[in-house]
Each structure stands twice: as C-alpha cells, then as structure tokens.
Design a protein around this ligand. Sequence first.
Ligand code: BGC
Length: 398
Amino acid sequence: MVTSDDVWQSELEAAFSLPTARLQSILQFFLGEMERGLSAADQSSSSSSSSSSSLKMIPSFVDSLPAGTETGRMLALDLGGTNFRVFEVVLKGDGAVAARHNKYKVSDAHKVGPAEDLFGFLAECIKDFLVTSGLPLDETYVLGFTFSFPVDQTSINSGTLIEWTKDFTCTHAVGRDVCLLLDQALRKLALKVRVAALVNDTVGTLIAHAYQDTKTVAGVILGTGTNAAYVEKVANIPKWHGGATKTDSMVINIEWGGFDNQKKVLPVNKYDASIDAASGNPGVYLYEKMVSGHYLGELARLIFLDLATQGHLFAPRDRVSVKLHTPHSIETDFLSLVESDTTADLAHTKKALADQLAIATESPKDLQTVHRICHLIGLRAARLAAVGVAAVVNIFLF
Ligand code: BGC
C-alpha cells in the first residue's frame, strides 16, 4: 500500500536525483559550452546574447606559470565572500612562501551600497594592515588583487566587472574597471600601492599551487561560490585578440557558476527556483546556486519549511520557529554536521536543529528526514561539481 509519506518522499528524491546517464549528458553539454565559450563567435566574455555560451571562458592574460624560483615581497588582496583579507607575501625562491594577513568582515551595507564605499573600505583595510603590521605608509608597494567575481579582463592589471554574484550587488560597479576603482580609493588615502595584477580566485589558486608544484594545470574553488581555471593552448582560443603571448598557453577562467543559464540540462526544481528568485542575481548562475556554500543551507531550510507547512515534518509548535521562517538562517556547516552524523539516534542532527533552528525535536522520523534531505542536497551538489571537474580533466586527457 502506498502511504502519503511515500508520495512526498519519492517526490523529494526525484527532485534531487541525478543518475549517471543524466550526468553524462550534462558533461557533454558542459564540454560543448567550453568550446563555444572559446570560439571566435563568442568575442566578448560579457556577451549574453542567446547564441553565446553560458561559460564565459575568460582569458586571464596569465600566459606563464611560476617556476617556483621567483623571489620577492608584495601585498595581496582577497575579496569575494564574507571576509576581505590583506596579505604581505614573501616568495622564498624554493617553492616556499611566508605570509601574514589580517581578515576584515565585509558588512552587508558594503556588499549592496555604492561601489565607491566598498572600494573605500578596501583601501582603509589596506592602510590598517600596513599600520598594524608596522609597514611604513610612505613606501611604495606592489599588489596582487584577487577579485572573485566575473571580470572581463583587459590586461594583466585591468578588467571590467561583468556582473555581481553571491550576495554582492553594489551599484555603479558593473562595466567599470575594478583596478581603477581600487586605485582611486588608494589615492584618496595617499597610499602608494600599485595594482600589478588582477586575478580571479581560481586563477590565483592555480598560480599559487604552481609555485609549489610546477605540474599544476587547474585551480578549482568550491566555497561561497564555485568556479575553476585551467591552462589552455592559445591555439584553442579563437577569440583571443590580446596580442602576442610569452608562451603558447593561457590560463582561462571558466566562470562555471554560470553554466547552463539557459536551463537546457540542469535539473532545476521548485526549491532551486525559489533560491534563484530571491537571489541578488536572478535567472543566472544556477549551477553555482546548486553547488556552492552560499546557497546549500538555504536550500535545506526551504525544503524543511515546505514539508513542515504540508504537515510532514516537525511538531506543530516547531513549525512556527522564527528561524525556520528566516531566509539564510541555516549555515552551510549544518549540512556537513548532519551528513557526517553516524550516531544511531542522530544526536548531532538533533543538536544542529536545536542550535541553528531552535527546533527541539525528539522524533526519530523528523531526524531521519532532515538527515536524508541534507544527504540529497550534498549528493546532488557533489555530482554537479564532479561534472565540472571531469570536464577540466577531460581537456588534459584527450
Ligand atoms: C564568481 C567567480 C568566483 C567564484 C568562487 C563566483 O560567484 O563568479 O568569479 O571564482 O564565485 O569564488
């Protein structure tokens, strides 16, 4: 006999199911999008016409990787998620690096306010780092800027912001050169800091690892957002018109978070559609919204809320939990805590529900349902991430 529980449970399983055959067809589509993104027809990385690829495949202007023997001292910035980091980095010449850094929290106001305020804040943090590290303010410094958003790179140290992702939506930034914005903010503080390189975090990860291991060919980020960069042959980049290169290779920023914006192959369910509609960038970056840390906790919350509202999950007193009704109240670590819970009575799951949602359920069925939901979300994210990794690996195999 089919019970009402069977019905909603199988609907949920179906909404997150991604069998191998489906993954293979997604992979084939991914490979095609990579090729189209490099083609001459896809001239501008910011192009969003219906014929352009959903993978921007942005040439990074990085045409050689470190040998591991380089030496020097420079500043480095890392902007892209919850925190902004300022580093002083010393390359020792034997693949080893010494670094110290300060971490600054980027406020919600800075993520959504005018770009000038955000870049002004970045310059203030750089000044604070110099002061607290005992580095003279009147000296000249060179700086590498890791900026983890889609940028149409125009040289190694310039590039215009194509669009914001994650939860950044600052005004007057899209279409502007982010290095110029930083430079202007630094000048206002009379700091003599020169931006020598602008890189995506995936490109920075690739380069940093190549300094330790010269066989490195790709960098992958699975964090607040997701993306990858890899080393491509210039001959395979028909759209490259950036002039002569030092080698026959070029690091490409795939910007895979935007994969299949056309929704041709991604299995978008009603929860994904809600996440997308409420995001700062609706209609795009759906792959990122199914895979990366900024969204997975919220996906779990939306499913819990839906099942609770239908009377399938939690006791009536728990269904009115304010946190259950508050967007982004669940951190992504909730999923890791629950997924790794191997206790017979799901004690860690119970604790996570109490800590993060103020839900004090003792019901084994509730706990098992929550455990299963987290597993389904994590498994689908892992499988989709594996498609991207497989596509990059494929380049080096064939
Ligand atoms: C951005 C990418 C970045 C990735 C990981 C995405 O939202 O579009 O440029 O590499 O996040 O930080």
